[in-house]
Ligand binder design. Sequence first.
Ligand SMILES: [Zn+2]
Length: 334
Amino acid sequence: MRRLAVVGCFLCAMMTWAQPQAFRVVATTTQAADLVTILADGAQGVEITALMGPGVDPHLYQPTESDIAAMNQADMVVYSGLHLEGQFGAVFRALAERGVKIFSLGEVVKAAGFVVEVEDGSGVDDPHFWFDPLNWALATEALAEALAARDPANAEVYRQNAADYVVQLERLNEWALAAMQSVPEDRRHLLTSHDAFFYFGVAFGWQVDAVQGISTEAEAGVGDIQEVVQQILAEGIPVVFVESSVPPNTIRAVVEAVRAAGGDVRMGVRDLYSDAMGGSDSFGGTYIGMVAENVYTILQSFACAGVDLTISDWPDGLLPTPPAELLEFTCPTA
Ligand SMILES: [Zn+2]
């Protein structure tokens, strides 16, 4: 056995000499994986593993055995943080003890003073910081520095990619702000199934409410649904939205209860992306596309409900470009 081990090690050393070892980065959420991929574009020898796919709810996602194996072998694990990955606590503690670099994007934003606590007085941080594009820009710059420190051979690539991407995020932010602010102030009310849009609301001047709290772990009760129904009836909120990573039952129950009470509310023309992005080959499968598609979905839904608004033209040079089916949308006939 000992002899075999020696041979094994000798071969291993030969392979290392022949081929430099990859810098292995594991990202938990779809947003984290997108950011690592953008920053590593053009870097040599970087291997990226994404754990969660489109439509996966990170509050509830349990790391699989292969996820844990990938994280154990990683040079760096990038995660969203602030307890978004609710089932990863023990794994992260074990990785930190083993000296694996674990990098929380949310902690960067918290250290800069832009993370808010949930309003219920519990002192819990709201983890959905990425919905303010300027928060995402902060996370971008900090992640580039962390990657550069661990993988100095590619440091300049990470830094240049971050600088270019921050310009893109600022353009996205300007476009989304102008579009979202075109809705009359007294109609700016976004109602979703779980409370993922607080930062989005603050960034773009909208009031946001949800049936469930900031995590999907606690299910909505009858009381929660009734409260939202009363709010819709009292304020005449025209649209409620389903999220791609949350089952639609709660929002369907809200719509049925409003209609049963003689009110009128419609579902959004598409699901919103909240905690997970779209498929990797889709517009919503990028951070910029996800935010932009949400803006189109919200505004087209409000326009279909008769609200007067203007969606500004897509900025020149902002990539990816929205697909024709998003731009040439027509309202479904009732
Ligand atoms: Zn969430």
